[in-house]
Design a protein around this ligand. Structure first.
Ligand code: PLP
Ligand code: ZN
Length: 457
C-alpha cells in the first residue's frame, strides 16, 4: 500500500513541505530531511523535532485512522504488526518497508492494577508495562525508528558507518539489539559501574563495541557528542528526535487499548525527558486529527537524588536547572543535565501536568508494595508509583480519576535491586516488606512446623 502523497495531488494550501521533516523546536526557519545527519538546529543549536505536516494526514478521518490501527495491531503483516509500525503513517511514512528494522516492539500490556489501586485509593489504576518488550524497556519503541532511518540512509549511500550512544543502560541495550538485527555496528558508552549486570551484558551479548568510561552519564554524553560530530558515526541518544517519533506511540497505544478514550493522568519516571516529550507529541497529533478530544495530565516523576526538572518546576520553570546527579537505585534516570528539557516543559505546561519526586526509601517501598500485588517492578516504576501515592495524598489525583503509570523497564533487569531489598541490605533503605526465603532441613516435619507458624493450624 502506498502511503506517500505526492504534492501534485495533495494541492497544498501553503508552501510548506508535505513530507515529514526536521524543524527547529524553537521556531527557527528551515526544513531539513530526516535522512540528513543532523541533531540540532543549525541556526540556534536548539533541539530539532520531527514535524508531520497535517494535510496529508487529513486524507483519513478520525474514525478511519482508528479502524486502520485497530485492524493492524498484533497481526503478522509486515511491518504493521509492531505497536510502533501499526501507526507507520504517523511515525515515518516515507520509510520503505524493506528498511524497517523491527522486532515486533510495542503492543505491551496495559493492565488494571486492581488490588494496588484499591490500596492506594485510586481504584481506576492501570499499569502500562513497556518493559515487556524486546530488550526489556520502552527504549525499543524509539530505537526501531532510529535504526530503520539509518538503514534507509545507508541503503541510499549515506557515509554513516555505525551508530553510537551514551546510556544509563537501557538505551544501549536497545541500540545494540536493533543494530545487530540490522547488521549495523554499534558503539556504546556506559558509565563504569553505574549500570546493572543485565544492562551491561545485553550490548556485550549483541556484539556491540562496549566502552565503559570512568565518569557518569552526563560525562559519557559529552564524549559521544564529540565522537559523533564527523557524520560517519550516527548519534542515537534522545537528543536525536527520531527516537521521540517511536516513543510517542506509547500514548496512542494506551488510547487504543482504552478504545480510544483518554485517561486523566499519565505518570512517567523521567531522566533525560525524552519520553514525556514523546507522550505529549503523540497526544498533540491525536488532538489535531480529532482522534481524541482531550490531553491527559502528564506527571514527570524524578528521583530526589537526580531532580533538576523537579527543581525547575518548583521555580515555575523560570530557568533550566542542572545538577550533579547522585546515586539512585533508579539508575536509568540518574541524569543531572536533561537534554529534552525545553520539550518537557511544554509537555507539563500544555497538559496541565506536574513534576514530583521520590526518595530512595519511597521508591523501594512503592516497588515492594506493587510486587506484593503481583507485579515485578523496576526501581524507576517504583519512583512513578511513589509519586502517585504522594499526589493522591495531596488531593491532586482524585479517587475517580483514571490513572496510568508507565512502567518503563522490566523488573528482571534489576534483580540486584530486588535481592538487595529482600535481603535487607540496600544501603540506607529499611526493607519493611522484605520476604526472604526460609532455609529448612528437608523433612516433612520441619515443613509442617513452618506452615503452622505461618497459617496457624
Ligand atoms: C530511559 C529510561 C527512563 C527515562 O526516560 P527519559 O526519556 O530519559 O526521560 C526511565 N526509565 C527507564 C527504565 C529508562 O530506561
Ligand atoms: Zn533554531
Amino acid at each position: 500500500m502506498s502511503t506517500h502523497m505526492s504534492s501534485a495531488t495533495a494541492a497544498p494550501s501553503s508552501t510548506e513541505n508535505q513530507q515529514v521533516h526536521f524543524r527547529c523546536f524553537n521556531g527557527c526557519e528551515g526544513e531539513h530531511s530526516i535522512y540528513d545527519v543532523m541533531y540540532r538546529c543549525p541556526t540556534c543549536d536548539g533541539l530539532l523535532e520531527v514535524h508531520h505536516p497535517r494535510e496529508p494526514l487529513q486524507t483519513k478521518n478520525a474514525y478511519q485512522w482508528k479502524q486502520l490501527f485497530d485492524s493492524r495491531a498484533s497481526t503478522t503483516a509486515w511491518p504493521y504488526g509492531s505497536g510502533v509500525w501499526s501507526m507507520k503513517e504517523w511515525v515515518v511514512p516515507s520509510l520503505r518497508n524493506e528498511n524497517v528494522v523491527s522486532m515486533c516492539e510495542g503492543n505491551t500490556n496495559l493492565f488494571w492494577a486492581d488490588r494496588l489501586g484499591k490500596q492506594l485509593g485510586v481504584p481506576d489504576l492501570w499499569i502500562k508495562l513497556c518493559g515487556n518488550s524486546h530488550t526489556g524497556s520502552f527504549k525499543d519503541l524509539g530505537m526501531t525508528v532510529l535504526v530503520s532511518v539509518v538503514k534507509q540512509m545507508m541503503a541510499d549511500g549515506s557515509p554513516v558507518k555505525a551508530v553510537a550512544c551514551a546510556s544509563t543502560g537501557d538505551t544501549s541495550a536497545a541500540l545494540a539489539a536493533y543494530a545487530a538485527y540490522a547488521g549495523i555496528p554499534a558503539v556504546i558508552f556506559l558509565p563504569q559501574g553505574k549500570v546493572s549486570t543485565a544492562q551491561l551484558i545485553q550490548p556485550v551479548a549483541n556484539g556491540a563495541h562496549v566502552l565503559a568510561l570512568d565518569t557518569d552519564f552526563d560525562g559519557c554524553m559529552k564524549i559521544v557528542q564529540e565522537v559523533t560530530a564527523d557524520q560517519s558515526i550516527y548519534l542515537a541518544n534522545s537528543m536525536n528526535s527520531l527516537r521521540i517519533e517511536g516513543q510517542k506511540t506509547v500514548g496512542m497505544e494506551i488510547c487504543r487499548q482504552f478504545d480510544w478514550e483518554v485517561p486523566d493522568w499519565i505518570i512517567i519516571p523521567v531522566g533525560n525527558l525524552g519520553n514525556i516529550s514523546a507522550l505529549h507529541k503523540g497526544f498533540k497529533l491525536m488532538m489535531d486529527l480529532g482522534v481524541v478530544s482531550k490531553m491527559p495530565r502528564l506527571v514527570a516523576a524524578q528521583a530526589e537524588t537526580a531532580n533538576p526538572f523537579y527543581q525547575s518546576f518548583k521555580d515555575q520553570f523560570k530557568e533550566k536547572v542542572s545538577v550533579k546527579a547522585q546515586d539512585t537505585l533508579a539508575n536509568a534516570i540518574r541524569i543531572g543535565d536533561p537534554v529534552s528539557y525545553a520539550k518537557a516543559v511544554s509537555a507539563v505546561k500544555e497538559s496541565g501536568g506536574l513534576v514530583e519526586q521520590a526518595s530512595e526509601q519511597e521508591l523501594a517501598e512503592a516497588a515492594a508494595q506493587a510486587d506484593l500485588t503481583g507485579m515485578f517492578t523496576c526501581p524507576h516504576t517504583g519512583v512513578a508509583l511513589a509519586v502517585l501515592k504522594k499526589l493522591v495524598a495531596q488531593g491532586q489525583i482524585k479517587k475517580s480519576d483514571r490513572t496510568v503509570v508507565v512502567s518503563t523497564a522490566h523488573g528482571l533487569k534489576f534483580t540486584d535491586f530486588k535481592v538487595g531489598y529482600h535481603d535487607s541490605n540496600l544501603p540506607g533503605i529499611t526493607s519493611e516488606m522484605a520476604n526472604p526465603a526460609t532455609n529448612l532441613p528437608a523433612t516433612a516435619e520441619a515443613v509442617k512446623e513452618e506452615i503452622k507458624k505461618r497459617f496457624g493450624g
